[in-house]
Ligand binder design. Structure first.
Ligand code: GLU
Length: 491
């Protein structure tokens, strides 16, 4: 990096609701950048828009980042040398700098009411505020104050020339200064706007690089002028592209449940898969394997080792949930069994099962290859934790080319065979049941199919003999017995 300052980046969410998946991606890119250059990753809460701030949302942000594994080095909960890290606790700082700008002729008081502003804007052909406050004198202020009118502080943008911001992703972005607005810095209630608080904090917190969402791009030239007026160096800046829904348009929490990070937490995704996936939304890991194919499954630490902000794309990227599900399955397969078992507990308990830890540890390897989402455990392995299983229908017990009576008697023979085995290991079962099928004139698939539905309630399940071994002889036999009874009932 050309920059010689120590790398300090920040994720600066506004706590206005559930964390957006785009916010998660912004946080991740900041984290990757900090780790790439051995810098610091700072969490700052931008809660100065009191109307939109929702208290419960702060906890959601902290939980979301913890879940993603994006630990910050300084932040509201852990403090740090540049705190406080919640903007509503820093109001005096913003007020001081707003006043400094006024004192130095770079900002001014404006006394218009919202209604007056509407009219001004209309008369001004939608060009916004007509800068009339610039001509007020201190005497005018005294008079207006005496009338009890409230004022905001607006920034005095230069009216001539142009402003160029060099975006690390997009290159130079230039605007004509006459297009800039005298935006509000400090509201009449003493709260700063986003612009003032953001600029003041990025400077005071010694942020070296701003990595944020594309939606803020239009504010960058204004911010650059604000830095200049304050006599401060603007951090380097990069805007990361929007995330698009596969059907087109921006992915949005209003329309798409998967736009909220909580969707993935609740639906059995692994944070490792989500961060893996998000690395390739707007950036591309791009490492090739020995066959010359792009490596798809990687960790955020691997990504951080080569993360390059200048290679982030400018165009929006589609959010491919199917790919994410596939990745999730890949991460599940790479997990140590005990760790995966712990993660499978929650969905099972949520589904109402009482989960025995030993049983869960033995079930996990049987399903590790078969699930994409943690929540799939309920469908694929719920029968292990249930007292009884009830086949989807008695008919589902009956294999092709057989009838109820034949199935019942085949199951009865299997029951007897299994009951008489010296042990209940999968291999022992198989070694006895294959010859049994043959002696009954059945193909193995017929007998095993009936057994599978009897012990799992389903036509698709983890491998039959391992499943019965884990269930234990007593449970397996009881279920086979139930199935025989079911088949013997008059229909
Ligand atoms: N508070 C802004 C947001 O929620 C942060 C913008 C920035 O990073 O400068 O998106």
């Amino acid at each position: 990096m050309a920059e010689s300052r120590p790398v300090r980046v920040r994720f600066a969410p506004s706590p206005t609701g559930d964390m957006h998946i785009g916010g998660a991606r912004t946080a991740l890119f900041n984290w990757l950048f900090a780790h790439r250059y051995g810098g610091k990753f700072i969490l700052r809460i931008e809660d100065t828009d009191q109307k939109r701030t929702r208290e419960e949302s702060l906890g959601g942000i902290l939980d979301g980042l913890h879940w993603l594994g994006l630990q910050w080095d300084e932040g509201p909960d852990i403090g740090g040398p540049y705190g406080p890290y919640i903007q509503s606790e820093r109001l005096d700082i913003y007020q001081k700098w707003a006043q400094w700008l006024v004192d130095n002729g770079r900002a001014y008081r404006a006394y218009e009411t919202p209604e007056e502003l509407d009219e001004i804007s209309k008369a001004n052909k939608g060009m916004g505020y007509d800068r009339r406050g610039r001509s007020l004198t201190p005497d005018d202020w005294a008079r207006l104050d005496a009338e009890g009118r409230k004022y905001v502080i607006r920034f005095k943008v230069p009216l001539e020339g142009e402003t160029t911001v060099i975006d690390l992703v997009r290159g130079p972005i230039t605007v004509q200064n006459e297009k800039l607005q005298d935006l509000v810095l400090l509201k009449s209630d003493g709260y700063p706007t986003y612009h003032l608080a953001n600029v003041v904090d990025d400077h005071l917190m010694e942020i070296s690089h701003i990595i944020r969402a594309e939606e803020w791009i239009s504010t960058a030239p204004f911010h650059k002028q604000l830095y200049a007026a304050l006599g401060w160096q603007m951090p380097a800046i990069a805007h990361v592209p929007v995330i698009l829904h596969p059907n087109g348009g921006k992915i949005s929490k209003r329309k798409h449940p998967e736009a909220a990070l909580s969707y993935f937490i609740q639906n059995g995704y692994l944070p490792e898969a989500v961060t893996n996936f998000l690395c390739n939304v707007g950036w591309n890991y791009g490492v090739l394997d020995e066959q010359g194919n792009e490596v798809q499954v990687f960790t955020k630490e691997q990504a951080a080792a080569i993360f390059d902000i200048t290679k982030v794309t400018t165009s929006g990227t589609k959010f491919d949930v199917v790919k994410l599900q596939w990745l999730n399955g890949e991460h599940i397969r790479r997990m140590p069994v005990a760790e995966l078992a712990e993660k499978l507990r929650r969905p099972l308990e949520k589904a109402g099962y009482t989960v025995n830890s030993d049983l869960l540890l033995r079930v996990t390897p049987l399903i590790q290859e078969r699930i994409k989402l943690l929540n799939d455990v309920v469908e694929v392995a719920g029968f292990f934790f249930r007292e009884d299983v009830i086949p989807e229908s008695p008919a589902s017990l009956i294999p092709k080319k057989m009838d109820a009576a034949q199935t019942a008697s085949a199951l009865q023979r299997a029951y007897e065979t299994l009951a008489g085995l010296p042990d209940f290991a999968a291999q022992t079962q198989e070694a006895a049941l294959r010859p049994l099928a043959e002696s009954l004139g059945l193909n193995p698939g017929q007998l095993f199919g009936a057994l599978r539905v009897a012990v799992t309630g389903k036509t698709v399940s983890p491998p039959l003999f391992e499943t019965m071994e884990v269930l234990g002889r007593e449970v397996a036999l009881a279920r086979i017995k139930k199935a025989i009874e079911l088949l013997s009932q008059p229909t």
